[in-house]
Design a protein around this ligand. Structure first.
Ligand code: AHR
Length: 495
C-alpha cells in the first residue's frame, strides 16, 4: 500500500449546485413505517397532531427532509387512491399482499400525506399505480390533488375537507415495473409510460416533474430502451440499488451480529453505486447530453435479514455505525455526480430497512444514519467545490476504493463544509488537506464514530452512537493535518 495522503480543496472553484433532493426520503405502506412510525391516529396516547406523531415530526424537521416519496415501492402498484379518502371509518380495507399480508385500513391516505409533508416542511413525491391501475385512475388522482377549478375530482376533494388544490411537483409513473410493478419488459413499459404520463396533467401553474420507472441495479438495457423510446416524455428516470452484504435470497446478513469481513464487503458494495451511476449516466448522456433528465435514485440503502422475532414481511432492521458509513459514502458519491443525480430517497424513513428512526410504542430512537443526514444537511442546495482526493487505496470486499472519501461545498451563508469518511474498520487515516482560495478564520469539526463495528443505539441506550466534537486537526497556513479515527464520518466547517 503506497502512502499518498493528500487532499486539495479549491474553495474558489465551484462545480454547480448540489440538489437538496439528494437528501430525500421514502416512506411506504410497509411494516411499521407509516402505521406506528408516522401515523398513530388522533385517539392515540402517543402525543400527536391530527394523528401524526409529534416526536417523529420534530426529529425529522431537524434533518431538513427536502422531499418525501410515498406510498411505495411495490405497494404503489396495488394502491387505489380512492380507497384512502373520505371519512376514515368508511375507508375500504385491503390486504397488503407484498408486505406481510396484513390488513391495510387506508387510514393514512392522500390528505394525511399532504398534511404530513406540510408538518415536515417537505416537498411531496407521489408514486402512481401502473401495475394494477388504469390511466383514468392515475389521471383522476392528479386532478384530485392539483386542479383548482370546478371538476368532479376537485369537488370531491373539497367535500373531503380540502378546499385548495395542493401543490405537487414530483410524480412517479409506476415503480419497479420490471418486477413487483408488473413484471414488464422495457419496450412494453416504455409504451405504457408514454401513454400514462400523457394524462398526468399540469393544471394551472402546477407543473409536474414526471419520473419514469427505471432500472434495477445494472440492467443497462432497461435504461437504454427507456431513454431511446421515451426520453422526451420524462423529467426523471429512477434507479434502485440496495446494499446487501450477503445474497438476496439465500441470506442477506445480519444488521448487527456480522463477521468482521462483512464490514469491508458492505462498504465495497455501497461504493458500487458509483459505477452504476456512471454507466447508467453514460447511456442517459447519449440521449440527453444536456442532462435535462434527472437520475432519481428513489430507493437505496442497506438491506439485511429482519430482526429475529419480527414479521419477515416488515423489513425491520437495526442500524449501526456500518450503516452510517454506507450513508456517508453514498451521499458523497451522489454529491459528486450532482450534474445528473437530481434526487435520491433512502429506504425507508422509520422502522423499515435503513431508517432514520426506530420506534417502540411511545419510545423513539435516532439511528446512526439519522446523524449522518443531520451532519450532511449543510450540502443541501450548496455549491459543490473542487476537491481532489488522493488517499490510500484499500480493498473493500470486491471493490477497491479510496480509504477516505470526501465531498465539499459552499453554503449560502458562505461557510465551506467538507464531509469525510474513513472506511477502514481498524486503521486511522492521516492526511493533509490543502485549503486554497479561502482565508480561514475558524474551523469547527464534528465526528461520528464508535468502538465496535456494530455499535448502535437501543431503546435502553439511545445515545450510544452520536456526533461529538472533532478536534484532531491542525492548521498551518491553510494546510490542515487531519487524523480521522477508523470507521468515522467527519464534518469540517470552515469560515
Ligand atoms: O423498499 C422495499 C421495496 O424494495 C420496495 O417496495 C420495492 O420498490 C423494492 O423492491
Amino acid at each position: 500500500m503506497t502512502q499518498k495522503n493528500k487532499m486539495v480543496l479549491n474553495a474558489d472553484v465551484t462545480q454547480g449546485k448540489i440538489n437538496k433532493n439528494i437528501y430525500g426520503h421514502f416512506a411506504e405502506h410497509l411494516g411499521r413505517c407509516i402505521y406506528e412510525g408516522f401515523w398513530v391516529g388522533e385517539d392515540s396516547e402517543i402525543p400527536n397532531t391530527n394523528g401524526i406523531r409529534n416526536d417523529v415530526v420534530e426529529a425529522l424537521r431537524n434533518i431538513d427532509i427536502p422531499v418525501l416519496r410515498w406510498p411505495g415501492g411495490c405497494f404503489a402498484d396495488e394502491y387505489h387512491w380512492q380507497d384512502g379518502i373520505g371519512p376514515r371509518e368508511n375507508r375500504k380495507r385491503m390486504v397488503n399482499t407484498h408486505w406481510g399480508g396484513v390488513i391495510e385500513n387506508n387510514h393514512f391516505g392522500t390528505h394525511e400525506f399532504f398534511m404530513l409533508c406540510e408538518m415536515l416542511g417537505t416537498e411531496p413525491y407521489v408514486n402512481g399505480n401502473v401495475g394494477s391501475g388504469t390511466v383514468q385512475e392515475m389521471s383522476e388522482w392528479v386532478e384530485y390533488m392539483t386542479f383548482d377549478g370546478e371538476s368532479p375530482m376537485s369537488n370531491l376533494r373539497k367535500e373531503n375537507g380540502q378546499e385548495d388544490a395542493w401543490k405537487l411537483k414530483y410524480f412517479g409513473v409506476g415503480n419497479e415495473n420490471w418486477g413487483c410493478g408488473g413484471n414488464m419488459r422495457p419496450q412494453y413499459y416504455a409504451d405504457l409510460y408514454r401513454r400514462f404520463q400523457t394524462y398526468v396533467r399540469n393544471y394551472g401553474d402546477n407543473k409536474i416533474f414526471r419520473i419514469a420507472g427505471g432500472a434495477n441495479v445494472d440492467d443497462y438495457n432497461w435504461t437504454e430502451v427507456l431513454m431511446r423510446e421515451a426520453a422526451p416524455f420524462m423529467d426523471g428516470l429512477s434507479l434502485h440499488y440496495y446494499t446487501i452484504p450477503g445474497d438476496f435470497w439465500l441470506g442477506k446478513g445480519s444488521a448487527t451480529n456480522f463477521p468482521e469481513e462483512e464490514w469491508d464487503i458492505t462498504i465495497g458494495r455501497a461504493y458500487h453505486i458509483k459505477e452504476l451511476i456512471e454507466k447508467h449516466g453514460a447511456i442517459m448522456d447519449k440521449y440527453d447530453p444536456e442532462k435535462r433528465i434527472g437520475m432519481i435514485i428513489d430507493e437505496w440503502g442497506t438491506w439485511y435479514d429482519v430482526e429475529e422475532g419480527t414479521n419477515p414481511g416488515f423489513l425491520y432492521q437495526q442500524n449501526t455505525i456500518r450503516d452510517a458509513l454506507v450513508a456517508a459514502v453514498s451521499l458523497n458519491i451522489f454529491n459528486d455526480h450532482s450534474d445528473r443525480v437530481q434526487m435520491a430517497n433512502i429506504a425507508q424513513t422509520i422502522n423499515v430497512l435503513q431508517s432514520m428512526i426506530l420506534t417502540d410504542k411511545e419510545k423513539m430512537i435516532l439511528t446512526p444514519t439519522y446523524h449522518v443526514f443531520e451532519m450532511y444537511k449543510v450540502h443541501q442546495d450548496a455549491e459543490k467545490l473542487a476537491l481532489h482526493v488522493d488517499t490510500n487505496v484499500v480493498k473493500m470486499g470486491e471493490k477497491e476504493m479510496s480509504q477516505v472519501t470526501a465531498s465539499a461545498s459552499k453554503a449560502a451563508d458562505g461557510k465551506v463544509n467538507i464531509t469525510l469518511v474513513n472506511v477502514s474498520k481498524d486503521e486511522d487515516a492521516e492526511f493533509t488537506l490543502d485549503v486554497r482560495g479561502l482565508d480561514i478564520s475558524t474551523i469547527k469539526g464534528r465526528v461520528l464514530t464508535a468502538g465496535e463495528l456494530d455499535a448502535h443505539n437501543t431503546f435502553e441506550n439511545p445515545e450510544n452512537v452520536k456526533p461529538e466534537e472533532f478536534t484532531s486537526f491542525q492548521d498551518s497556513d491553510g494546510e490542515l493535518a487531519v487524523k480521522m479515527p477508523s470507521k468515522s464520518v467527519v464534518l469540517l466547517t470552515i469560515e
